[in-house]
Design a protein. Structure first.
Length: 160
């Protein structure tokens, strides 16, 4: 399936994504921290536009490869993370900008202003390099970066 989203044009294998994500575990099954538990429940409240994008590409929104809390303010958590997608990027650049590179390390920064808004409080961007990818994930693959402002929804005080 061809997906055009902002500057990105992607060729996505929806069936491969569905097959993989149907068998993948949800975040709290792999991590039981409050941030991950909250993410799984809070993504149920994202906009219809965001839900439709995930459905369209065959990715379960509750099953990111990585998700983390950057900060929290007034019970709104700013999440970063990523999902893997079976497919390839035809056009579009990584949202990560190189800050510094030495022989030992590379420092990059996510340029959120280069991400595409999907509904309210949810942004995505894509890159060809995949981190923490499962060895059984179908190839070729793309990493979908996310940034999201989501509410604290757990029945206990916000730990962030």
């Amino acid at each position: 399936m061809r997906l055009i989203l902002g500057e990105y044009i992607l060729d996505i294998n929806v069936e491969e994504n569905k097959n993989f994500y149907n068998n993948e575990i949800c975040v709290p099954e792999g991590c039981n921290c409050d941030g991950c538990n909250n993410y799984e429940k809070a993504v149920e409240r994202v906009s219809e536009e965001t839900k439709k994008l995930f459905e369209r590409i065959g990715v379960d929104i509750k099953k990111p490869a990585e998700v983390y809390v950057n900060y929290s303010e007034d019970d709104i958590l700013y999440y970063g993370g990523f999902y893997h997608i079976s497919g390839r990027i035809i056009t579009g650049e990584s949202p990560w900008k190189l800050i510094q590179k030495t022989e030992e390390t590379t420092t990059s920064q996510l340029a959120e202003n280069n991400m595409i808004s999907i509904g309210e409080n949810f942004k995505v961007a894509f890159q060809g390099e995949c981190a923490l990818i499962s060895e059984n994930f179908p190839k070729p693959s793309v990493q979908m970066e996310i940034s999201a402002y989501l509410p604290w929804v757990l029945d206990k005080p916000n730990t962030y």
